[in-house]
Ligand binder design. Sequence first.
Ligand SMILES: *Cc1c(COP(=O)(O)O)cnc(C)c1O
Length: 442
Amino acid sequence: MSPRDLSRRQFIAVTSATLLASQLPAEGVDLKSDDATKLAIEGGSKSLKNPSQKLIRWGEPERERLLSLLSQSTLLYWKAPQTTLLIQRFREHYPLKHVMTCSSGTAAVHVAIAAAGIGPGDEVITTPITDMGTVIGILFQQAVPVFADLNPHDYNLEIADVERKITSRTKAIIAVHLAGNPSKLNQLKQVADQHGLILIEDCAQAWGAAYQGKPVGTIGHIACWSLQDSKQITCGEGGIVASNDERFGQRLQPFADKGIDRNNVKQATEILATNYRMSELQAAFAAAQMTRMQGIAAQRAKLGNLLTREIQGLPGITAHQVDERDRCSYYSYILRIQPKFIHCGREQFVKALNAEGIAASAGYIPEPLYKKPLFQNHSFFAGRWPIREMGLTKMDYTKISCPEAEAILETCVLIRINQAMDEDYIRGIGAGIRKVTRHFTA
Ligand SMILES: *Cc1c(COP(=O)(O)O)cnc(C)c1O
Protein backbone atom coordinates (compact mmCIF):
# COMPACT_ATOMS: atom_id res chain seq x y z
CA MET A 1 0.00 0.00 0.00
CA SER A 2 1.51 3.35 -0.99
CA PRO A 3 0.95 6.51 1.09
CA ARG A 4 -1.41 7.61 -1.66
CA ASP A 5 -3.83 4.80 -0.75
CA LEU A 6 -3.96 5.77 2.90
CA SER A 7 -6.22 8.30 4.51
CA ARG A 8 -4.41 11.24 6.06
CA ARG A 9 -5.01 9.92 9.58
CA GLN A 10 -3.78 6.44 8.68
CA PHE A 11 -0.76 7.96 7.02
CA ILE A 12 0.15 9.94 10.13
CA ALA A 13 -0.35 6.84 12.29
CA VAL A 14 1.88 4.75 10.02
CA THR A 15 4.63 7.33 9.72
CA SER A 16 4.70 8.05 13.44
CA ALA A 17 4.88 4.32 14.15
CA THR A 18 7.88 4.13 11.81
CA LEU A 19 9.33 7.13 13.53
CA LEU A 20 8.82 5.57 16.93
CA ALA A 21 10.46 2.39 15.73
CA SER A 22 13.44 4.36 14.48
CA GLN A 23 13.66 6.07 17.85
CA LEU A 24 14.08 2.86 19.81
CA PRO A 25 17.48 2.82 21.43
CA ALA A 26 20.10 0.74 19.72
CA GLU A 27 21.08 -2.62 21.19
CA GLY A 28 23.31 -2.41 24.19
CA VAL A 29 21.89 0.92 25.34
CA ASP A 30 20.65 0.99 28.92
CA LEU A 31 16.86 0.80 28.82
CA LYS A 32 16.23 1.05 32.56
CA SER A 33 16.03 4.76 33.11
CA ASP A 34 13.99 7.36 31.33
CA ASP A 35 17.28 8.57 29.85
CA ALA A 36 15.96 7.93 26.38
CA THR A 37 13.55 10.82 26.80
CA LYS A 38 14.98 13.03 29.52
CA LEU A 39 16.98 15.89 28.07
CA ALA A 40 20.66 16.04 28.95
CA ILE A 41 20.17 19.73 29.76
CA GLU A 42 17.72 18.58 32.47
CA GLY A 43 20.04 15.92 33.84
CA GLY A 44 19.27 13.04 31.42
CA SER A 45 22.07 11.17 29.74
CA LYS A 46 23.68 12.50 26.59
CA SER A 47 22.57 11.18 23.20
CA LEU A 48 26.12 11.19 21.90
CA LYS A 49 27.80 8.44 23.87
CA ASN A 50 30.91 7.88 21.76
CA PRO A 51 33.07 10.88 21.09
CA SER A 52 34.01 11.53 17.48
CA GLN A 53 37.51 10.59 16.37
CA LYS A 54 39.94 13.49 16.46
CA LEU A 55 39.85 15.25 13.13
CA ILE A 56 43.26 14.77 11.52
CA ARG A 57 43.43 16.92 8.42
CA TRP A 58 47.04 16.54 7.28
CA GLY A 59 50.04 14.29 7.59
CA GLU A 60 52.48 12.44 5.36
CA PRO A 61 51.33 13.71 1.92
CA GLU A 62 51.57 17.33 3.13
CA ARG A 63 54.96 16.72 4.80
CA GLU A 64 56.29 15.18 1.61
CA ARG A 65 55.16 18.19 -0.47
CA LEU A 66 56.52 20.74 2.00
CA LEU A 67 59.90 19.00 2.13
CA SER A 68 60.09 18.92 -1.64
CA LEU A 69 59.69 22.71 -1.62
CA LEU A 70 63.01 23.12 0.13
CA SER A 71 64.96 22.04 -2.92
CA GLN A 72 63.34 24.67 -5.12
CA SER A 73 65.13 27.87 -6.05
CA THR A 74 61.95 29.94 -6.36
CA LEU A 75 58.54 30.06 -4.73
CA LEU A 76 56.84 32.05 -7.51
CA TYR A 77 53.88 30.14 -8.96
CA TRP A 78 54.47 30.49 -12.68
CA LYS A 79 55.23 27.07 -14.22
CA ALA A 80 56.62 26.01 -10.85
CA PRO A 81 56.44 22.38 -9.67
CA GLN A 82 53.96 22.68 -6.78
CA THR A 83 51.50 24.85 -8.67
CA THR A 84 51.82 22.60 -11.72
CA LEU A 85 51.09 19.54 -9.60
CA LEU A 86 48.17 21.26 -7.87
CA ILE A 87 46.62 22.19 -11.22
CA GLN A 88 47.19 18.70 -12.58
CA ARG A 89 45.51 17.10 -9.58
CA PHE A 90 42.69 19.65 -9.66
CA ARG A 91 42.05 18.78 -13.32
CA GLU A 92 41.73 15.08 -12.49
CA HIS A 93 38.49 16.03 -10.74
CA TYR A 94 37.54 19.15 -12.69
CA PRO A 95 38.40 18.82 -16.38
CA LEU A 96 38.75 22.55 -17.01
CA LYS A 97 41.21 23.97 -19.51
CA HIS A 98 42.07 27.27 -17.86
CA VAL A 99 42.96 27.09 -14.19
CA MET A 100 44.44 29.88 -12.07
CA THR A 101 45.53 29.47 -8.48
CA CYS A 102 44.75 32.46 -6.23
CA SER A 103 45.42 33.77 -2.75
CA SER A 104 41.83 33.20 -1.58
CA GLY A 105 38.33 32.22 -2.63
CA THR A 106 37.37 35.89 -2.49
CA ALA A 107 40.20 36.59 -4.93
CA ALA A 108 39.02 33.76 -7.19
CA VAL A 109 35.50 35.24 -7.38
CA HIS A 110 36.91 38.72 -8.01
CA VAL A 111 39.06 37.36 -10.84
CA ALA A 112 36.00 35.61 -12.33
CA ILE A 113 33.98 38.84 -12.24
CA ALA A 114 36.81 40.85 -13.80
CA ALA A 115 37.56 38.21 -16.46
CA ALA A 116 33.86 38.13 -17.33
CA GLY A 117 34.16 41.80 -18.27
CA ILE A 118 31.67 42.95 -15.65
CA GLY A 119 31.96 46.69 -15.13
CA PRO A 120 30.44 49.84 -13.62
CA GLY A 121 26.68 49.60 -13.13
CA ASP A 122 26.40 46.01 -14.40
CA GLU A 123 24.19 43.79 -12.30
CA VAL A 124 25.11 40.40 -10.91
CA ILE A 125 22.34 38.27 -9.44
CA THR A 126 23.29 36.19 -6.43
CA THR A 127 22.14 34.88 -3.06
CA PRO A 128 21.89 36.97 0.12
CA ILE A 129 22.94 33.97 2.25
CA THR A 130 26.62 33.53 1.52
CA ASP A 131 30.09 34.56 2.56
CA MET A 132 30.98 38.20 1.81
CA GLY A 133 33.59 36.75 -0.55
CA THR A 134 30.85 36.11 -3.10
CA VAL A 135 30.06 39.82 -3.50
CA ILE A 136 33.31 41.63 -2.68
CA GLY A 137 34.59 41.23 -6.24
CA ILE A 138 31.31 42.49 -7.71
CA LEU A 139 31.55 45.65 -5.62
CA PHE A 140 35.24 46.24 -6.40
CA GLN A 141 34.49 46.07 -10.13
CA GLN A 142 31.89 48.80 -9.48
CA ALA A 143 29.09 46.43 -10.34
CA VAL A 144 25.87 45.86 -8.41
CA PRO A 145 25.00 42.75 -6.39
CA VAL A 146 21.30 41.99 -6.94
CA PHE A 147 19.90 39.58 -4.37
CA ALA A 148 17.42 36.92 -5.40
CA ASP A 149 15.41 34.81 -3.01
CA LEU A 150 16.11 31.21 -2.08
CA ASN A 151 14.47 27.83 -2.08
CA PRO A 152 13.21 27.17 1.46
CA HIS A 153 14.51 23.58 1.52
CA ASP A 154 17.87 23.52 -0.29
CA TYR A 155 18.79 27.17 0.51
CA ASN A 156 20.03 27.84 -3.02
CA LEU A 157 18.79 30.33 -5.65
CA GLU A 158 15.12 30.03 -6.55
CA ILE A 159 15.01 30.04 -10.35
CA ALA A 160 11.73 31.97 -10.65
CA ASP A 161 13.08 34.80 -8.50
CA VAL A 162 16.35 34.90 -10.45
CA GLU A 163 14.25 35.39 -13.61
CA ARG A 164 12.23 38.16 -11.96
CA LYS A 165 15.45 40.00 -11.04
CA ILE A 166 16.86 40.07 -14.61
CA THR A 167 17.01 43.57 -16.16
CA SER A 168 18.76 45.05 -19.19
CA ARG A 169 21.78 45.67 -16.90
CA THR A 170 22.14 42.06 -15.76
CA LYS A 171 25.45 40.49 -16.86
CA ALA A 172 25.91 37.44 -14.67
CA ILE A 173 24.51 35.08 -12.09
CA ILE A 174 26.65 33.73 -9.26
CA ALA A 175 25.28 30.44 -8.00
CA VAL A 176 26.59 29.54 -4.56
CA HIS A 177 26.36 25.84 -3.73
CA LEU A 178 25.55 26.58 -0.11
CA ALA A 179 26.97 24.11 2.39
CA GLY A 180 28.11 21.92 -0.52
CA ASN A 181 24.59 21.37 -1.85
CA PRO A 182 24.50 21.77 -5.65
CA SER A 183 22.33 24.57 -7.05
CA LYS A 184 19.86 23.75 -9.83
CA LEU A 185 22.52 24.21 -12.47
CA ASN A 186 20.61 23.03 -15.55
CA GLN A 187 17.84 25.53 -14.91
CA LEU A 188 20.30 28.32 -14.08
CA LYS A 189 22.33 27.59 -17.20
CA GLN A 190 19.17 27.64 -19.29
CA VAL A 191 18.14 31.02 -17.83
CA ALA A 192 21.66 32.36 -18.35
CA ASP A 193 21.82 31.17 -21.96
CA GLN A 194 18.35 32.49 -22.72
CA HIS A 195 19.32 35.99 -21.53
CA GLY A 196 22.96 36.00 -22.63
CA LEU A 197 24.26 35.99 -19.05
CA ILE A 198 27.45 34.50 -17.63
CA LEU A 199 26.92 31.79 -15.03
CA ILE A 200 29.60 31.80 -12.34
CA GLU A 201 29.68 28.96 -9.83
CA ASP A 202 30.90 29.72 -6.32
CA CYS A 203 32.04 26.27 -5.18
CA ALA A 204 33.88 27.55 -2.09
CA GLN A 205 31.83 25.29 0.21
CA ALA A 206 31.35 22.52 -2.34
CA TRP A 207 34.59 20.59 -2.87
CA GLY A 208 33.63 17.19 -4.24
CA ALA A 209 29.95 18.02 -4.71
CA ALA A 210 28.25 16.77 -7.88
CA TYR A 211 25.19 17.88 -9.80
CA GLN A 212 23.46 14.96 -11.50
CA GLY A 213 26.76 13.12 -11.64
CA LYS A 214 28.84 16.07 -12.88
CA PRO A 215 31.26 17.83 -10.55
CA VAL A 216 29.96 21.27 -9.58
CA GLY A 217 32.13 23.91 -11.18
CA THR A 218 32.06 22.28 -14.62
CA ILE A 219 28.60 23.45 -15.74
CA GLY A 220 28.73 27.25 -15.51
CA HIS A 221 31.04 29.49 -17.59
CA ILE A 222 33.52 30.17 -14.78
CA ALA A 223 33.89 28.54 -11.37
CA CYS A 224 35.64 29.44 -8.12
CA TRP A 225 36.83 27.46 -5.13
CA SER A 226 38.27 28.39 -1.75
CA LEU A 227 41.07 26.66 0.14
CA GLN A 228 40.51 28.65 3.32
CA ASP A 229 40.87 26.77 6.58
CA SER A 230 37.16 26.07 7.16
CA LYS A 231 36.58 24.41 3.77
CA GLN A 232 36.61 20.65 3.09
CA ILE A 233 40.23 20.92 1.92
CA THR A 234 42.62 23.75 2.65
CA CYS A 235 46.07 25.26 2.45
CA GLY A 236 45.30 27.84 5.13
CA GLU A 237 44.36 30.51 2.63
CA GLY A 238 43.92 30.01 -1.08
CA GLY A 239 41.57 29.73 -4.02
CA ILE A 240 41.19 28.47 -7.55
CA VAL A 241 39.34 29.98 -10.50
CA ALA A 242 38.79 27.95 -13.66
CA SER A 243 36.94 27.94 -16.96
CA ASN A 244 36.55 26.02 -20.20
CA ASP A 245 35.32 29.10 -22.00
CA GLU A 246 37.95 30.69 -24.26
CA ARG A 247 36.39 34.14 -23.85
CA PHE A 248 37.15 34.19 -20.12
CA GLY A 249 39.72 31.46 -19.55
CA GLN A 250 42.65 33.34 -21.09
CA ARG A 251 42.03 36.30 -18.80
CA LEU A 252 42.06 34.46 -15.48
CA GLN A 253 45.86 34.47 -15.10
CA PRO A 254 46.49 38.19 -15.79
CA PHE A 255 43.54 39.27 -13.64
CA ALA A 256 45.11 37.46 -10.68
CA ASP A 257 48.61 38.74 -11.42
CA LYS A 258 48.60 42.54 -11.65
CA GLY A 259 47.53 42.42 -15.28
CA ILE A 260 50.72 40.64 -16.40
CA ASP A 261 50.22 38.00 -19.08
CA ARG A 262 52.95 35.55 -18.06
CA ASN A 263 52.98 34.02 -21.54
CA ASN A 264 53.85 37.42 -22.94
CA VAL A 265 55.43 39.51 -20.18
CA LYS A 266 56.60 42.29 -22.51
CA GLN A 267 53.04 43.05 -23.54
CA ALA A 268 51.85 46.43 -22.28
CA THR A 269 49.43 46.15 -19.38
CA GLU A 270 45.91 47.00 -20.44
CA ILE A 271 43.93 45.93 -17.43
CA LEU A 272 43.77 47.02 -13.80
CA ALA A 273 44.21 43.95 -11.67
CA THR A 274 45.57 43.36 -8.20
CA ASN A 275 48.01 40.76 -6.93
CA TYR A 276 46.06 37.62 -6.09
CA ARG A 277 48.89 35.14 -6.69
CA MET A 278 49.18 31.95 -4.68
CA SER A 279 52.75 31.13 -3.69
CA GLU A 280 54.37 27.72 -4.07
CA LEU A 281 54.03 27.18 -0.29
CA GLN A 282 50.25 27.16 -0.45
CA ALA A 283 50.27 25.22 -3.71
CA ALA A 284 52.41 22.45 -2.22
CA PHE A 285 50.01 21.99 0.67
CA ALA A 286 46.95 22.23 -1.56
CA ALA A 287 48.38 19.65 -3.99
CA ALA A 288 48.60 17.18 -1.10
CA GLN A 289 45.11 18.06 0.13
CA MET A 290 43.72 17.45 -3.36
CA THR A 291 44.55 13.74 -2.95
CA ARG A 292 42.20 13.65 0.05
CA MET A 293 39.38 15.60 -1.55
CA GLN A 294 37.17 12.84 -2.96
CA GLY A 295 37.47 10.73 0.18
CA ILE A 296 36.48 13.66 2.40
CA ALA A 297 33.56 14.58 0.14
CA ALA A 298 32.32 10.98 -0.07
CA GLN A 299 32.42 10.54 3.71
CA ARG A 300 30.67 13.84 4.37
CA ALA A 301 28.03 13.00 1.74
CA LYS A 302 27.38 9.63 3.35
CA LEU A 303 27.15 11.08 6.86
CA GLY A 304 24.96 14.05 5.92
CA ASN A 305 22.54 11.84 3.99
CA LEU A 306 22.40 9.46 6.93
CA LEU A 307 21.50 12.35 9.24
CA THR A 308 18.66 13.23 6.88
CA ARG A 309 17.33 9.67 7.11
CA GLU A 310 17.58 9.91 10.91
CA ILE A 311 15.42 13.04 11.16
CA GLN A 312 13.30 13.11 8.02
CA GLY A 313 9.58 13.45 8.71
CA LEU A 314 10.13 14.38 12.34
CA PRO A 315 7.34 16.84 13.16
CA GLY A 316 8.79 20.27 13.96
CA ILE A 317 11.96 19.83 11.88
CA THR A 318 12.81 20.26 8.22
CA ALA A 319 15.80 18.26 7.03
CA HIS A 320 18.48 19.65 4.68
CA GLN A 321 17.03 18.86 1.27
CA VAL A 322 19.39 17.38 -1.29
CA ASP A 323 18.25 16.13 -4.68
CA GLU A 324 18.76 12.37 -4.80
CA ARG A 325 20.61 12.70 -8.12
CA ASP A 326 23.18 15.02 -6.51
CA ARG A 327 26.08 14.67 -4.11
CA CYS A 328 26.17 17.26 -1.33
CA SER A 329 29.56 17.44 0.39
CA TYR A 330 28.08 19.00 3.57
CA TYR A 331 30.30 21.91 4.51
CA SER A 332 27.80 21.74 7.36
CA TYR A 333 24.35 20.23 7.80
CA ILE A 334 21.60 22.84 7.88
CA LEU A 335 18.20 21.90 9.25
CA ARG A 336 15.32 24.22 10.01
CA ILE A 337 13.02 24.23 12.98
CA GLN A 338 9.34 24.93 12.40
CA PRO A 339 8.62 27.60 15.05
CA LYS A 340 4.87 26.87 14.89
CA PHE A 341 5.49 23.43 16.37
CA ILE A 342 8.54 23.94 18.58
CA HIS A 343 7.53 25.43 21.95
CA CYS A 344 10.83 27.12 22.66
CA GLY A 345 13.14 29.65 21.10
CA ARG A 346 15.85 28.53 18.70
CA GLU A 347 18.60 29.46 21.20
CA GLN A 348 17.06 27.18 23.83
CA PHE A 349 16.63 24.41 21.27
CA VAL A 350 20.29 24.65 20.30
CA LYS A 351 21.41 24.74 23.94
CA ALA A 352 19.50 21.50 24.50
CA LEU A 353 21.23 19.97 21.45
CA ASN A 354 24.61 21.11 22.75
CA ALA A 355 23.89 19.46 26.10
CA GLU A 356 23.24 16.20 24.21
CA GLY A 357 26.81 16.51 22.92
CA ILE A 358 25.87 17.81 19.46
CA ALA A 359 27.98 20.55 17.85
CA ALA A 360 25.07 22.72 16.74
CA SER A 361 24.69 26.46 16.41
CA ALA A 362 21.74 28.78 15.89
CA GLY A 363 21.80 30.33 12.43
CA TYR A 364 24.52 30.83 9.85
CA ILE A 365 25.35 34.46 9.01
CA PRO A 366 23.49 36.83 11.35
CA GLU A 367 21.45 38.49 8.60
CA PRO A 368 21.13 38.44 4.81
CA LEU A 369 23.97 40.38 3.19
CA TYR A 370 21.75 43.31 2.13
CA LYS A 371 20.87 43.99 5.80
CA LYS A 372 24.49 44.73 6.71
CA PRO A 373 25.07 48.43 7.48
CA LEU A 374 27.57 48.49 4.61
CA PHE A 375 24.70 47.80 2.20
CA GLN A 376 21.99 49.70 4.06
CA ASN A 377 24.20 52.83 4.01
CA HIS A 378 25.57 52.20 0.50
CA SER A 379 28.93 53.09 2.04
CA PHE A 380 31.22 50.77 0.05
CA PHE A 381 34.02 53.20 -0.82
CA ALA A 382 35.06 55.52 2.02
CA GLY A 383 31.41 56.02 2.92
CA ARG A 384 30.29 56.53 -0.68
CA TRP A 385 29.07 54.49 -3.64
CA PRO A 386 30.29 56.31 -6.74
CA ILE A 387 28.21 54.38 -9.28
CA ARG A 388 25.03 55.36 -7.44
CA GLU A 389 26.10 58.99 -7.19
CA MET A 390 26.78 58.92 -10.94
CA GLY A 391 23.37 57.46 -11.72
CA LEU A 392 24.77 54.15 -13.02
CA THR A 393 22.52 52.29 -10.60
CA LYS A 394 19.37 53.05 -8.67
CA MET A 395 19.87 50.15 -6.31
CA ASP A 396 18.54 50.90 -2.84
CA TYR A 397 19.35 48.08 -0.41
CA THR A 398 17.02 49.54 2.25
CA LYS A 399 14.15 48.48 -0.03
CA ILE A 400 15.33 44.91 -0.64
CA SER A 401 13.73 41.93 1.00
CA CYS A 402 14.06 38.23 0.31
CA PRO A 403 11.44 36.71 2.62
CA GLU A 404 12.51 33.08 2.24
CA ALA A 405 16.17 33.91 2.86
CA GLU A 406 15.20 35.83 6.00
CA ALA A 407 13.00 32.96 7.20
CA ILE A 408 15.83 30.47 6.58
CA LEU A 409 18.27 32.52 8.65
CA GLU A 410 15.74 32.90 11.47
CA THR A 411 14.97 29.17 11.72
CA CYS A 412 18.11 27.34 10.63
CA VAL A 413 20.30 25.26 12.89
CA LEU A 414 23.80 24.30 11.75
CA ILE A 415 25.05 20.87 12.67
CA ARG A 416 28.75 20.32 12.28
CA ILE A 417 29.67 17.40 10.01
CA ASN A 418 33.19 16.24 9.33
CA GLN A 419 34.97 13.24 7.90
CA ALA A 420 36.24 12.01 11.27
CA MET A 421 32.68 11.15 12.31
CA ASP A 422 31.28 7.69 11.72
CA GLU A 423 27.76 6.38 11.21
CA ASP A 424 27.22 5.61 14.92
CA TYR A 425 28.17 9.15 15.76
CA ILE A 426 25.62 10.47 13.24
CA ARG A 427 22.98 8.12 14.67
CA GLY A 428 23.76 9.67 18.06
CA ILE A 429 23.20 13.13 16.57
CA GLY A 430 19.95 11.85 15.05
CA ALA A 431 18.80 10.44 18.39
CA GLY A 432 19.64 13.70 20.13
CA ILE A 433 17.74 15.81 17.59
CA ARG A 434 14.73 13.48 17.89
CA LYS A 435 14.81 13.58 21.68
CA VAL A 436 15.07 17.38 21.86
CA THR A 437 12.47 17.91 19.14
CA ARG A 438 9.99 15.50 20.73
CA HIS A 439 10.48 17.23 24.05
CA PHE A 440 9.72 20.65 22.61
CA THR A 441 6.83 19.54 20.40
CA ALA A 442 5.06 17.43 23.03
C1 LIG B 1 34.66 30.85 2.09
C2 LIG B 1 33.80 31.39 1.01
C3 LIG B 1 34.23 32.37 0.11
C4 LIG B 1 35.52 33.11 0.28
O1 LIG B 1 36.61 32.32 0.37
P1 LIG B 1 37.93 32.85 1.15
O2 LIG B 1 38.97 31.87 0.77
O3 LIG B 1 37.58 32.86 2.60
O4 LIG B 1 38.22 34.22 0.64
C5 LIG B 1 33.41 32.73 -0.93
N1 LIG B 1 32.20 32.17 -1.08
C6 LIG B 1 31.73 31.25 -0.23
C7 LIG B 1 30.40 30.65 -0.47
C8 LIG B 1 32.50 30.84 0.86
O5 LIG B 1 32.03 29.93 1.71
